[in-house]
Design a protein around this ligand. Sequence first.
Ligand code: CMP
Length: 141
Amino acid sequence: MERTLSIIKPDAVERNLIGKILNRLESEGFRIIAMKMVHLTQEQAQGFYAEHQGKPFFDDLVKYMTSAPVVVSVLEKENAIKNYRTLMGKTNPEEADEGTLRKEFALSKTQNCVHGSDSPESAAREIAYFFADSEICPRAE
Ligand code: CMP
């Protein structure tokens, strides 16, 4: 079993899409083993996206990620990282495949409804960024 970090981003929270997105995740066999709603501070958003600091879209990304609450969760599944990225679709919704979350729900490259970790190293860092070990609730098969 592998773990990944999912964020339902401000544009999706604001449009009442939390339930629809969680429903898709559970239908696709992801187990939600931790979850919280957070209104990120500027410092939290900058720290989370530290690898993008200096890129042209960074300031807009931080402004957007702090514009409304997000729903952060830890998902567990075989190959969770790759499978969740496939379910999300490409960053740019115009390039995302049919049936992906971003094709269905995203508004733009920035307002793209969901985030998922891109590697095991990122998943470990991102999960620890939001959750203490005691907040993660692994379940029996
Ligand atoms: P996410 O998967 O959360 O990781 C980094 C985020 O930066 C990405 O989703 C997008 O929301 C945003 N992003 C990445 N590339 C661009 C871009 N070229 N223009 C605007 N936003 C971008």
